[in-house]
Design a binder for this molecule. Structure first.
Ligand code: PLP
Length: 433
């Protein structure tokens, strides 16, 4: 066995030995859930840890291990696991009863706060997830334009049925997709040239998140704005992840106004959430007072707990200053890790923006999914399992999203553990050429 494979086998064996309770939970679940799993991203072999508790930026598993949580629930855990203002808001809402079967004052209040932060969302509506928000944004665009083709990007992820890693997925919804290369306007123009009059929407993440924290270059994103204008097709910014990069998301940082925006994740205070909205002319069609209004249903769209938790988070916790400080912490951590890694001669780096980052197992610039072809997943697995053994939790695929409680001390601890892990494995990790 080559040394990297041997090191990986050893660290996985250690993981298995030290997680018997998690393995039991997993094995029992396999009787009723395929692969013991109801959320694909969470699985990794041989079995994921069964988490039992979270507090601040820490997690505990069923085997009694405590982890520094650098994953932050794939960005939905922005507030950490136990923000007092959010817990109090949920308790207060609970006291007034669940499932009230009508409008409440909360959805208007939450929508007003979202719109204050994202002025391009002149009118908006809530959903239960980011996936639904994107489905509705696309449906709005096709209804508005009467067209069918949708431009998306390889490596993009907009939900389980809107996934473009490798170009697409058999469970994707059947829009008439055009899949272009991210950060490559020439490729975009070549693919769209003969379809301009049929284009219903351009759906893009301002930074590809699941696809590897690859930032959209400003000229690329403004080129898409121009293309959308030229074709009369709404530009949809999927800010489900990137909305946290500033108080007004990445659109505010870039000064680009999309026609529609989708949100999700932390906006529900840690409960299930999604929102889509944008130009009044497009969204107005959902006004049920109008004749022939478009339908947008969803039993839990305005569920009282999400509305209350989301409002408490935005009103009481997530100021522009706190968000900027969190993103500055992320920038500083990524810079520190990258300069240390470069000095070690290993082909590892962290890509990303602000508090979002991704461990890459190759050196050199990364502009699109195609640049990741030479990634070494065994190296990523080795770092992942070694970090776990040292009490640090990130996504198995190397993704990290810092939470508000992930303070300077947590950043120091993360950097120290990563340096220890990579230092000890330097001989078997891929070398920087
Ligand atoms: N869009 C982006 C950019 C995402 O990262 C995700 C989830 O990771 C989604 C949409 C889907 O959101 P949800 O998981 O809430 O359906």
């Amino acid at each position: 066995m080559d040394p990297l494979a041997q090191a990986l086998a050893d660290t996985i064996e250690h993981y298995r030995r030290t997680h018997p309770a998690s393995e039991r939970v997993f094995n029992e679940a396999t009787q009723v859930l395929p692969g013991g799993n109801t959320r694909s991203v969470l699985f990794f072999a041989p079995f994921p840890p069964a988490m039992v508790r979270g507090e601040g930026c820490h997690l505990w598993d069923a085997d009694g291990h405590r982890y520094l949580d650098a994953l932050g629930e794939f960005t939905a855990g922005l507030y950490g696991h136990s923000e007092p203002a959010i817990r109090a808001a949920i308790t207060e809402a609970l006291a007034d009863g669940l499932s009230l079967s009508s409008h409440t004052a909360r959805e208007g209040a939450l929508a007003r706060e979202v719109q204050r932060r994202f002025p391009s969302m002149e009118l908006l509506r809530f959903t239960n997830s980011g996936t639904e928000a994107n489905l509705m944004a696309l449906a709005s665009a096709t209804a508005h334009t009467g067209r069918r083709k949708v431009l998306v990007f390889k490596g993009g992820y907009h939900g389980g049925v809107l996934a473009f890693a490798g170009g697409g997925s058999p469970v994707n919804v059947p829009h008439d997709w055009i899949v272009a290369r991210y950060n490559d306007l020439d490729d975009v123009h070549a693919r769209v040239a003969s379809h301009r009059a049929e284009l219903a929407a351009i759906l893009v993440e301002p930074m590809q998140g699941s696809g590897g924290c690859i930032p959209g270059e400003p000229e690329f994103l403004s080129g898409l704005r121009q293309l959308a204008d030229d074709c009369g097709a709404p530009l949809i910014f999927d800010e489900v992840m990137t909305s946290r990069l500033s108080i007004g998301g990445r659109q505010a940082l870039l000064g680009i106004r999309p026609d529609l925006t989708t949100l999700g994740k932390y906006f529900g205070g840690g409960l299930s959430f999604g929102a889509f909205g944008g130009r009044a002319e497009v969204m107005q069609r959902y006004d049920p007072r109008g004749s022939g209004a478009l339908q947008h249903a969803g039993t839990f769209n305005n569920n009282v707990l999400t509305m209350a938790a989301g409002l408490a988070g935005l009103h009481q916790v997530l100021t522009a200053e706190r968000l900027d400080a969190l993103n500055a912490r992320g920038e500083a951590l990524r810079g520190r890790l990258n300069s240390w890694l470069a000095g070690q001669g290993v082909a590892l780096q962290f890509t990303g923006l602000g508090s979002l980052m991704q461990l890459q197992t190759l050196a050199g610039p990364i502009h699109s999914a195609d640049d990741l072809a030479a990634s070494d997943d065994r190296a990523r697995a080795l770092v992942f399992f070694d970090l776990l053994a040292h009490g640090v939790f990130m996504a198995r695929r190397g993704f990290m999203a810092l939470s508000l409680p992930f303070d300077d001390g947590a950043c120091d601890r993360f950097a120290q553990v990563l340096e220890q892990v990579v230092g000890a494995r330097r001989a078997v990790l891929p070398a920087r050429r």
